[in-house]
Design a protein around this ligand. Structure first.
Ligand code: PEP
Length: 252
């Protein structure tokens, strides 16, 4: 069964006290009003995970990281391994966010290695893909997304792939206030699901969760989530504001 998910990507925001306050308050609300079979994942800064994770006990609520290293352990000063993330109780890790691709030069090959490492350590992967504006304007957005998925995700055997969630995040919509229209989101999500079908078959395609990300907020979430191939959202800015985030969860 395809899971419906809202994941918040806090990025490099919130000190520990602020993070604990926000997560605790979301947890409390989701105990009062459980998200009814849906999942909510808070992708906090990595250093929050071991404190925030144990505070959460609402049904369907868990923590995730925003990145992990591609090596298992060793002399990689400043880096955080997938095993360390898993040991905090986190369920998931975001891999391939466009900010990591563009600011830190993460390419398809590195992202494939990070994905494999995360899965090896029992984490679920929220794998981001999406085109920049120039690529959409040149009408090569489908090719870009196909390449990103083929190089890093479709190299996985089916039993590993099914532990991945795909997040379509058009880069021109991230943090810009410009959201993909519901039709643009549905068109790409339908395309992504058809790629999964080609590679892994019908059942896997139907079971794959595909999230939309890019200036999704409480006011536009319902119309995005109403599309048959949009299974929830990866939320940046709006995940930092309690009411906004909870209303996005409600919209799902
Ligand atoms: C993101 O960075 O994953 C994201 C979707 O950001 P925003 O919601 O702020 O556009």
């Amino acid at each position: 069964m395809r899971k419906k998910i809202v994941a918040g990507n806090w990025k490099m925001n919130m000190d520990l006290g602020e993070g604990v306050a926000l997560a605790t308050s979301i947890n409390k609300q989701l105990i009062t009003e459980p998200p009814d079979g849906k999942e909510v994942i808070l992708c906090t800064p990595a250093i929050h995970l071991s404190i925030v994770g144990p505070l959460l006990n609402a049904p369907g609520l868990s923590t995730g990281a925003q990145n992990c290293n591609d090596h298992r352990s060793g002399a990689y000063t400043g880096e955080i391994s997938a095993a360390m993330i898993k040991s905090t109780g986190a369920s998931s890790v975001i891999i391939g966010h466009s900010e990591r691709r563009s600011y830190y030069g993460e390419d398809d090959e590195l992202l494939a290695a990070k994905t494999a490492e995360a899965l090896y350590n029992g984490l679920r992967v929220i794998f981001c893909c999406g085109e920049v504006l120039a690529e959409r304007e040149k009408n090569i957005h489908f090719d870009v997304v196909r390449r990103q998925l083929s190089k890093a995700l479709f190299v996985l055997p089916r039993e590993d792939f099914i532990r991945c969630i795909i997040a379509y995040e058009p880069v021109w919509a991230i943090g810009t206030g410009v959201t993909a229209s519901p039709a643009q989101a549905q068109e790409m999500h339908f395309f992504i699901r058809s790629l999964v079908r080609e590679k892994y078959g019908d059942e896997t395609a139907e079971d794959t969760t595909i999230l939309y990300g890019g200036s999704c907020k409480a006011s536009n979430a319902a119309e995005l989530f109403a599309n048959p191939d949009v299974d929830g959202g990866l939320i940046g800015g709006a995940s930092l504001v309690r009411e906004e985030f909870l209303n996005i969860v409600k919209a799902l």
